[in-house]
Write a protein that binds this ligand. Structure first.
Ligand SMILES: *Cc1c(COP(=O)(O)O)cnc(C)c1O
Length: 361
């Protein structure tokens, strides 16, 4: 079997070791005579999976005890709405940092729910950078400040986070959660769809500070309330059990590799290869994001002609590379180098880039 050099943006690469372990346990999970998908989510075996995933995430991400860890459905996109539904109040707007496609979607949903304000925007720079901390203006009466820690489409990433005082800081970390250590206590809520850095699609992780759970308006439907899922430990209704199980395997894989700080170094080594290939190409490849905002998860770049970009994608596919086409909204090229993408894939891509330039430069 040859595994593809998988640079997909999401769903994305899952560690081969994890896939093999899931394969081993697929038909008969821990001697139950059935797969994890076939058993009750109220069974002791599944409860163990649910608890272990929570505990592992707490340990790896150093989550303080006054935070809850939830496994929800509906993707990060549902959080765009669930968050303002639960946290917005009349006279207290949701403040949004506008950094690209995902931030925009989050803002648009909040506008359907209540008042919003833009706390900073890098639109004038075509979203090719993140704002500096000084550029972010948090209104004192804001219900929260929302930002997107990594813009998956633009390829930009926050390297530090603003101090928002009493205003809760909320982050959509869908495309960089667990790629680097973070001080969780800086945040009120962190959420992330699993399908980029945590496992398969179908489950969304929400990390929420206890005080933010308590005062959701009475009128919100049950499934959209954070307190519903906190009270039931994410077992209010049938959970996406196979996805949660896969996340638990990925988390154990991260732990076995030494944890998140270790992964950060590994991710740095991986992306440096590719950014160096861009910067060392004498302008043949052009990095999209401004250097200080470059993402360690999604590397966006271009070639001076669209013809050559098409050729790059076509030839890369013939050599086993997958997912190097930029998002349809922005074009160009993109290599997503999430936690599970091995260094070897990045080495192979770097070599391919150098060879492609030699043939076409
Ligand atoms: C992929 C992505 C989303 C959307 O996630 P879904 O789970 O598909 O709803 C939201 N935000 C960011 C930053 C993403 O990368």
């Amino acid at each position: 079997m040859t595994r593809a050099f998988n640079f997909n943006a999401g769903p994305a690469a899952i560690p081969l070791e994890v896939l093999k372990q899931a394969q081993e346990q697929f038909v008969d999970y821990k001697g139950a005579g059935m797969s994890i998908m076939e058993m009750s989510h109220r069974s002791a075996l599944y409860e163990q999976v649910n608890n272990e995933s929570q505990a592992l995430l707490r340990e790896l991400f150093n989550i303080p005890s006054n935070y809850h860890v939830l496994f929800l459905q509906g993707g990060a996109s549902t959080q765009f709405a669930m968050l303002p539904l639960n946290l917005l109040r009349p006279g207290s707007p949701g403040a949004y940092v506008m950094t690209g496609a995902w931030a925009d979607k989050a803002l648009k949903e909040a506008k359907l729910v209540g008042d919003t304000v833009v706390a900073a925007s890098t639109e004038a720079d075509k979203f090719m950078r993140m704002p500096t901390m000084a550029e972010i203006e948090v209104p004192e009466n804001a219900a929260y400040l929302h930002l997107t820690s990594n813009e998956t489409i633009g390829g930009t990433q926050f390297k530090e986070f603003p101090n928002t005082g009493n205003v809760p800081l909320i982050a959509d970390m869908s495309s960089d959660i667990l790629s680097r250590p973070i001080d969780v206590s800086q945040f009120g809520v962190i959420y992330a769809g699993a399908q980029k850095n945590l496992g398969p699609s179908g489950v969304t992780v929400v990390i929420i500070r206890d005080d933010l759970v308590k005062e959701s308006p009475k009128t919100i439907p049950t499934m959209f309330r954070y307190d519903t899922h906190v009270k039931s430990s994410s077992l209010y209704n049938t959970p996406p059990s196979f996805s949660v199980y896969m996340v638990s395997l990925v988390l154990q894989w991260i732990k076995d590799r030494g944890g998140v700080a270790q992964l950060e170094q590994y991710n740095h080594d991986k992306t440096k290869l590719i950014y160096d290939a861009i910067d060392g190409s004498s302008g043949f490849y052009i990095g999209c994001a401004q250097p200080q905002s470059r993402s360690n998860m999604n590397i966006t770049f271009r070639i001076h002609s669209e013809e050559l970009e098409k050729k790059f994608i076509k030839e890369s596919e013939l050599e086993g590379f997958v997912g190097l086409k930029g998002h349809r909204d922005v074009g160009g090229l993109r290599a997503s180098t999430y936690n599970a993408v091995p260094l070897e894939s990045c080495q192979a891509l770097t070599q391919f880039m150098i060879d492609f330039q030699k043939r076409n430069g």
